[in-house]
Design a protein around this ligand. Structure first.
Ligand SMILES: [Zn+2]
Length: 111
């Protein structure tokens, strides 16, 4: 196609071309904000508590699913804001808990 014609067509159709789409933002699923448990013993259902400071880099946190099953988040990474990656799956076969969580008041940084 001749250059002038291409330029002409592009000028004619310029206003009709669809607006450029905004940059695709990665979709993030809403996360469950799990409250921190500060008491003694196991964390109650849908709470978390930090692991001992000496082992926090390895075991990170204890988490209890809604059915009270304890889960150690040692295979996960945790952002400075408490967002846990990947999603948390309860290892108890009869339990169907599987969700994306954020540990409220997480203060051990990104690990
Ligand atoms: Zn469970």
């Amino acid at each position: 196609m001749l250059r002038w014609l291409r330029t002409l067509l592009s000028r004619i159709f310029h206003d009709q071309s669809p607006a450029p789409r905004p940059a695709q933002r990665s979709w993030t699923r809403p996360r469950l904000d799990v409250p921190r448990y500060a008491g003694a013993g196991e964390a109650p259902p849908m709470h978390w508590k930090p692991c001992h400071p000496a082992t926090v880099r390895r075991f990170k946190a204890q988490f209890a699913c809604p059915n009270g099953h304890g889960i150690i988040l040692k295979g996960h990474s945790i952002d400075a804001d408490g967002t846990v990656h990947p999603s948390v799956v309860c290892p108890v076969p009869a339990c169907d808990f599987h969700d994306f969580v954020r540990l409220s008041r997480w203060d051990a940084g990104s690990i």
